[in-house]
Design a protein around this ligand. Structure first.
Ligand SMILES: [Zn+2]
Length: 112
């Protein structure tokens, strides 16, 4: 029984339980954004992005878009499209999800 292969820890939208990210894709758990604690993910799923715009954040100006749950439209975080300082380049293409807006869940096992 390879339970490790069929079960994965996931994060879902706190409102509608739509799966939006995988635990394994977390790059940083000690992230902060305007809404408080957040996680930095290498990528997310089942989200849609708002228009890209330059925004002044705590860490400087970045080109970002809001990230919404594809099911219920709840704002969950943001995606980084561009950074203007070398030390922030690692965030480009990554997504930040606000911690209190995502819930940890275990994917039901799937038997292939
Ligand atoms: Zn949702």
């Amino acid at each position: 029984m390879r339970e490790d292969l069929v079960r994965s820890r996931v994060y879902c939208c706190f409102k509608c339980r739509n799966i939006v990210a995988l635990h394994d894709d977390i790059l940083k758990k000690t992230y902060r954004d305007g809404h408080g604690r957040a996680f930095l993910f290498s990528h997310a799923m089942n989200i849609f992005e708002g228009p890209k715009a330059d925004q002044q954040l705590n860490s400087g100006v970045h080109m970002v878009s809001n990230a919404y749950c594809s099911d219920c439209g709840q704002l969950l975080g943001r995606k980084y499209h561009k950074a203007y300082e070398e030390r922030h380049m690692h965030k480009v293409g990554k997504i930040v999800l606000t911690k209190y807006k995502i819930a940890k869940a275990v994917d039901p096992p799937t038997y292939l």
